[in-house]
Design a protein around this ligand. Structure first.
Ligand code: NAD
Length: 358
């Protein structure tokens, strides 16, 4: 298969971890006979320094011309004085918007080898954690109109609007059901239908999409307050969780933090068509930049997500995930996941170890 991949290395540890992701992808291409073409484009602080804008038009064009986009991280103390649209982070929001990415997929997987980093009790961890949170990214209360801040009867009052139309719910539901078909085949839709009208529509539409198109997938519904509790009580009950923007923001962070390893967690953002964006969930880690200390595994696992979700290459994605697991099993760790009895390695060596096992 021919794949054109646009690389947005960004700032801080971004270039270091992207380099390792590319090496692993090149090993996959060689082993499975694919043709991968990589192009680089500027984003974030690096783009500000070079062009004055955190998201130059050239970068948008390069991303649109590609089949998939891989991003390192953006931001850092050098650009902290900037505000609003001038900030590096606005490049990230801008590219998501330009590519029409409305679905954010965040798996929270605990490799058994890293169980001791998990914040939950060992008997809960023993049952395994492998949850994928599918969050709606472009609608809901973060974007709903009207928004305001005004005086009402002499009292300062502010409001936002949580709004979804049936098309927005339908398309995110499809992404979740498709993701479940590539996993354990279970979707839990999370809402607040006992209180919110918008959630009642959400639940109705998800149920309808399921009945009409995805009856092979198991569907359940859960209120968001219960879901927040169940995620720490027994995360093993979940496969795919699909939910709106606000609930997804909170639940995806909750699911991530219980694994205890921010340097291990990948993510994908998908649109209706056009390239998806694949990136680690962590930031640019300015405190360890240039020291060969960054953990590249979240980026490497993002590359696996890219192969699975943008190119439908399940065997190739699984080869990366299995290589990562073998390296962990052999006892190699970067500083952020280091534990007693393991071998400390740097970013480059970690990339080598995974590449060798592809
Ligand atoms: P951060 O994720 O960069 O770092 C938090 C802590 O985790 C730091 O101690 C860091 O060293 C460590 N860490 C993160 N990733 C690591 C990795 N791969 N390997 C080893 N250790 C790792 O979050 P922060 O410190 O809050 O933010 C730093 C900068 O990153 C800010 O400018 C912020 O705006 C930006 N940021 C960007 C993104 C993104 O690009 N998607 C996300 C979050 C934060």
């Amino acid at each position: 298969m021919e794949m054109r991949i646009c690389l947005l290395a960004g700032d801080g540890i971004g270039p270091e971890i992207i380099e390792q992701g590319v090496r692993v992808l090149e090993a996959v291409a060689a082993k499975f006979g694919h043709d991968m073409e990589f192009t680089d484009a500027l984003i974030g602080g690096a783009a500000i320094d070079e062009t004055g804008s955190p998201l130059p038009q050239d970068t948008i064009d390069a991303c649109k011309a590609a089949d998939a986009v891989m991003l390192g991280a953006v931001g850092g103390p050098k650009w902290d004085e900037l505000t609003g649209a001038a900030r590096p982070e606005s490049g990230l929001l801008g590219i998501r918007k330009a590519l029409g990415l409305f679905a954010n997929l965040r798996p929270a997987t605990l490799f058994p080898e890293l169980a001791s980093a998990c914040f939950l009790r060992p008997d809960i961890v023993a049952k395994g954690i492998d949850v994928m949170v599918v969050r709606e990214l472009t609608g809901g209360i973060y974007f709903g109109q009207p928004v305001g801040d005004e005086m009402r009867d002499g009292v300062r009052t502010a409001y936002n609007t949580m709004v979804y139309d049936e098309n927005e719910v339908r398309r995110i539901a499809r992404i979740a059901f498709e993701a479940a078909r590539k996993r354990s085949g279970r979707v839990c839709s999370v809402d607040k239908a006992n209180v919110l009208a918008v959630s009642r529509l959400w639940r109705e539409v998800v149920t309808q999409v399921h009945a009409e198109e995805y009856s092979d997938v198991e569907l359940s519904h859960m209120y968001v307050d219960n879901a927040a509790m169940q995620l720490v009580r027994d995360p093993s009950q979940f496969d795919v969780i699909v939910t709106g923007n606000l609930f997804g923001d909170i639940l995806s962070d909750e699911a991530a933090v219980i694994t205890g390893s921010i340097g291990m967690l990948p993510s994908a953002s998908l649109g209706a068509d056009g390239p998806g964006l694949f990136e680690p969930i962590h930031g640019s880690a300015p405190d360890i930049v240039g020291q060969n200390k960054a953990n590249p595994l979240a980026t490497i696992l993002s590359a696996a997500m890219m192969l699975r979700h943008s190119f439908n290459l399940e065997k190739e994605a699984a080869a990366i995930e299995s290589a990562v697991q073998q390296v962990l099993k052999a006892g190699y760790r970067t500083g952020d996941i280091m534990e007693k009895g393991c071998t400390l390695v740097g970013c480059n060596t970690m990339g080598n170890l995974v590449t060798e096992r592809i």
